[in-house]
Design a protein around this ligand. Structure first.
Ligand SMILES: *[C@@H]1O[C@H](CO)[C@@H](O)[C@H](O)[C@H]1NC(C)=O
Ligand SMILES: *[C@@H]1O[C@H](CO)[C@@H](O)[C@H](O)[C@H]1NC(C)=O
Ligand SMILES: *[C@@H]1O[C@H](CO)[C@@H](O)[C@H](O)[C@H]1NC(C)=O
Ligand SMILES: *[C@@H]1O[C@H](CO)[C@@H](O)[C@H](O)[C@H]1NC(C)=O
Length: 575
């Protein structure tokens, strides 16, 4: 295997010399490199020379830091521009490449006879298609076949690639090259299948044994009165061919929200060839959970199910394609809140590619969309429980500082009655890809000081901490394929928190105010944290450790705490 790889490398180098154009002779610098493939991947040797590679070239933006400053200016409640969300045209001015960058990249492609197409609204992402042999010579790379041992999925990737020295400053990254991905899944695909029952049962008023819309309304003070605003869409992301079934929603509403029209529906926005098949046997438990705890909680808020299909162009599961599709919508159709219960482990992407994904969320949230993500269901071990990790696995995109990550709680019976506690599966920790943002710096410092050296070296003390907030994540009654099932996971927590933000936005828009947009500067402010119930008990064990412990103040299991609708209403100026 080793000698085979060496031979192919020599061949590729010869081809490169034979067809070298003046630019090819320029000094090249290594643009991205990793010493080994991502955990779980095995090198099967050189990729077939004729295989076609679709590569995305991410061009450096004119001024991403400027756009981050704009985001803070419109999202920090103490700012004079609070709530003055930007337009897509304003965003594009920051995100588009400079004329110099564009011409450097296009002349490099032209001189190598490579055609490109723009695949992003601001023109910062180009796509090219070239055979492996040409990619190897153009990029001084060695594209090989890598198999993921558990899933058997194969990736054509290289451990390093180079660019002409004069081009390098203009390019953020080429993808897929050194990132290794497997299919994304809901944080917990089967969720927690606790039992499967027929129909009718007594409704538990406390949320302890069975969580329903009624007990969540009670627990968090969520109003049941119908929302009134039409241009206040709650977006629910769906990937992995997860379909939400109207018939299941109707059964759910009939039994658990008898006060609202059981035929209440949601819209479907297909992206990348996505669909929402209505065959009951195709029901996705995750999709049904996400729809039932948005339509069923954010009463009368228009819900759009964003069905991302398989024809993705971004190389990151369609996550960026989804954002681009939402940016392209009219302001009336664009969700004011987006909830996503899918994610992956951070080690799958390189930092530049993760940064590109995070920049996409930056562009969407600065337009006024609150973006919420489930934190994952593997405690400190990542999206899934993991016994083999020696260092903690942060999840993605949870670590992107421009989204609000939601962890999970459970109800515990103790002295003085029921109270919420961080639940063991709630993923949380510190990103290796993103530094601690200013809005949470004090909280992170305080939490890390409280660890007193525990887990030093197993987590990144200068990383962005997550989750930001939490909500109940256990024992949800969900209708799927004509049965009701009990499920759990941070997959449930994110739709609940998102529904609450949508109801607040409905009231704000009704009063002629802006929707909340990027939430974190508000949530971490004195007013925001006072509107959350601090959860101070619970741990999130994995990687053979007890995990972190919930404490008073922010912690990497339950964040700042769980919502209190009446207090949030007051904190956003509605009361
Ligand atoms: C992967 O391939 C091996 C060997 O062919 C097989 O035993 C295993 O079941 C496959 N795993 C999956 C998830 O398909
Ligand atoms: C568990 O973590 C280790 C080390 O981070 C990693 O190699 C492995 O792929 C992970 N396993 C799963 C199932 O995610
Ligand atoms: C820890 O986080 C910082 C800030 O994001 C980053 O620069 C550094 O590379 C990370 N360390 C590791 C070991 O990943
Ligand atoms: C605290 O959490 C642990 C699980 O981490 C649980 O066993 C215990 O009952 C909880 N105690 C209280 C007082 O909530």
């Amino acid at each position: 295997m080793v000698s085979l790889r060496a031979r192919s490398f020599v061949l590729a180098a010869l081809v490169a010399l034979a067809t070298a154009s003046p630019t090819n002779l320029e000094t090249r610098t290594i643009h991205e490199r990793r010493v080994a493939p991502a955990p779980g991947f095995i090198d099967l040797g050189p990729a077939p020379a004729d295989d076609q590679l679709k590569l995305r070239i991410a061009l450096k933006s004119t001024d991403i830091v400027g756009l981050e400053k704009e985001l803070m200016a419109v999202s920090d409640p103490s700012s004079t521009r609070y709530g003055q969300h930007l337009t897509p045209e304003q965003v594009a001015e920051y995100v588009k490449p400079t004329a110099d960058t564009l011409s450097a990249v296009t002349s490099w492609l032209d001189s190598n006879n490579i055609a490109s197409t723009s695949i992003s609204p601001a023109g910062d992402l180009l796509q090219i298609q070239i055979p492996v042999s040409k990619a190897n010579s153009l990029l001084s790379a060695e594209f090989s076949l890598f198999k993921h041992a558990n899933s058997n999925e194969t990736n054509i990737r290289t451990l390093q690639y180079s660019l002409p020295a004069s081009l390098a400053p203009h390019v953020a990254y080429l993808h897929p090259t050194t990132s290794f991905t497997t299919s994304i899944l809901p944080p917990n695909p089967k969720l927690k299948l606790l039992n499967k029952v027929g129909t009718k049962r007594a409704v538990d008023a406390s949320c302890l044994e069975e969580a329903t819309p009624a007990c969540l309304q009670e627990l968090y003070g969520i109003p049941s009165a119908p929302a009134t605003q039409k241009n206040n869409v709650l977006g629910v992301s769906a990937f992995s061919r997860q379909f939400a079934i109207f018939e299941d929603l109707q059964s759910f509403l009939t039994e658990l929200r008898p006060d609202i029209d059981p035929t209440t529906r949601f819209d479907v926005l297909p992206v990348d060839g996505g669909a929402n098949t209505q065959l009951p046997s195709n029901a996705g438990l995750e999709a049904n959970l996400d729809i039932q705890y948005t339509v069923g909680l954010a009463t009368n808020v228009p819900v759009t199910f964003i069905a991302v299909g398989d024809r993705t162009t971004d190389g990151v599961f369609g996550f960026v394609d989804e954002v681009n599709a939402l940016i392209a919508l009219s302001p009336a159709e664009r969700p004011t809140v987006l909830t996503t219960s899918y994610g992956f482990n951070e080690f799958q992407l390189t930092q530049p590619v993760a940064q590109g994904l995070c920049n996409a969320y930056l562009q969407l949230t600065v337009l006024g969309t609150s973006i919420l993500f489930a934190s994952g269901d593997g405690g400190v071990g990542g999206v899934r429980a993991n016994d083999t990790c020696t260092v903690f696995n942060p999840t993605e995109p949870a670590g992107c500082p421009w989204i609000t990550t939601v962890g999970a709680t459970e109800l515990i019976e103790g002295d003085g009655g029921l109270h919420e506690s961080g639940v063991a599966f709630s993923s949380g920790g510190f990103s290796n890809h993103f530094a601690t943002p200013d809005y949470q710096k004090q909280d992170i410092d305080q939490f890390i000081a409280s660890l007193d050296g525990q887990y030093d070296g197993q987590y990144n003390a200068s990383g962005r901490g997550f989750p930001d907030v939490s909500a109940l994540g256990m024992n949800f009654v969900v209708y799927s394929d004509r049965f009701s099932t009990l499920v759990g996971g941070t997959s449930a927590s994110s739709p609940i928190f998102a529904s609450i933000i949508s109801l607040l936005n409905d009231e704000l828009i009704g009063k002629g105010k802006s929707p909340l947009g990027f939430l974190n500067p508000f949530l971490y402010s004195a007013a925001g944290r006072a509107a959350l119930s601090d959860i101070t008990n619970g741990t999130n064990p994995s990687c053979g450790t007890d995990g972190f412990s919930a404490t008073s103040g922010w912690d990497p299991i339950t964040g700042l705490g769980t919502p209190n609708y009446a207090k949030l209403r007051q904190a956003v100026g509605l009361a």
